[in-house]
Design a protein around this ligand. Structure first.
Ligand SMILES: Cc1cc2nc3c(=O)[nH]c(=O)nc-3n(C[C@H](O)[C@H](O)[C@H](O)COP(=O)(O)O)c2cc1C
Length: 205
């Protein structure tokens, strides 16, 4: 995914397709600023991908961002399966309501969580593994945006089918599938609630 770079305040780079995209975290020289809010604003769910492969170093940077995510007790109760095999990507779409567009992406990341390794009593009532993995995935997704790549969080999948296909052990949970690739669409923002609807001060209201 990319956004047109016409504001001089935004640091721009060019992806392998010759398209400009914003870059905020990588290759900064001393004195250059990091503009994380621009990356957060630029991200969209992408459902059309170009077949352009992702360079290994770019992929490693994106996966490395997940590695740095915080987790309860620093348990890091996760594993990310990087699926590049064309046949397997297509099979995975069969576990996701046949969303064939997912397989257009050169990579599908399958995010797994380990409940047995996570904090089992977060807030006094819940296992932290899904929160931990979600934070790591958000790191990954924002890093991908920063690299000019599109993603889409896929939550509608049949876990048993994904586990069968990828030989995932029974005590491991599948949290999400994330196609990763160069965007072939430029969707508008889906819109969001106003800040006043989601924030309150000093007590719930
Ligand atoms: C937990 C979660 C599950 C989602 N599941 C799906 C999904 O199964 N299929 C899909 O196309 N998009 C899915 N999405 C993407 C959302 O539809 C999308 O984030 C939302 O509409 C806002 O659009 P935006 O991401 O472009 O801002 C999911 C997003 C999240 C965070």
């Amino acid at each position: 995914m990319f956004i047109p770079v016409d504001q001089s305040s935004i640091l721009s780079k060019t992806n392998p397709l010759g398209e400009k995209y914003i870059c905020v975290l990588n290759d900064l020289s001393a004195g250059e600023t990091v503009d994380l809010p621009e990356v957060i604003k630029a991200r969209r769910s992408i459902r059309r991908y170009k077949p352009t492969p992702i360079a290994e170093d770019v992929l490693r940077k994106i996966l490395g961002a997940a590695r740095l995510a915080p987790s309860a007790n620093n348990a890091q109760p996760w594993k990310f399966i990087v699926v590049r095999d064309e046949d397997m990507k297509l099979k995975l779409t069969g576990a996701c309501n046949n969303k064939k567009w997912m397989a257009e992406a050169p990579v599908i990341v399958v995010a797994c969580g380990f409940p047995d390794e996570a904090d089992s009593y977060m807030g006094g009532y819940m296992n932290s593994f899904s929160v931990d993995v979600a934070i790591a995935l958000d790191h990954m997704i924002l890093s991908a945006t920063n690299e000019g790549l599109g993603t889409c969080w896929i939550g509608r999948f049949k876990e048993e089918k994904v586990k069968d296909l990828l030989k995932i052990p029974s005590d491991v949970k599948v949290l999400a599938l994330i196609p990763l690739g160069y965007s072939n669409e430029e969707p508008e923002s889906a819109g969001r609630k106003n800040l006043s609807e989601i924030i309150c001060y000093d007590k719930f209201s």
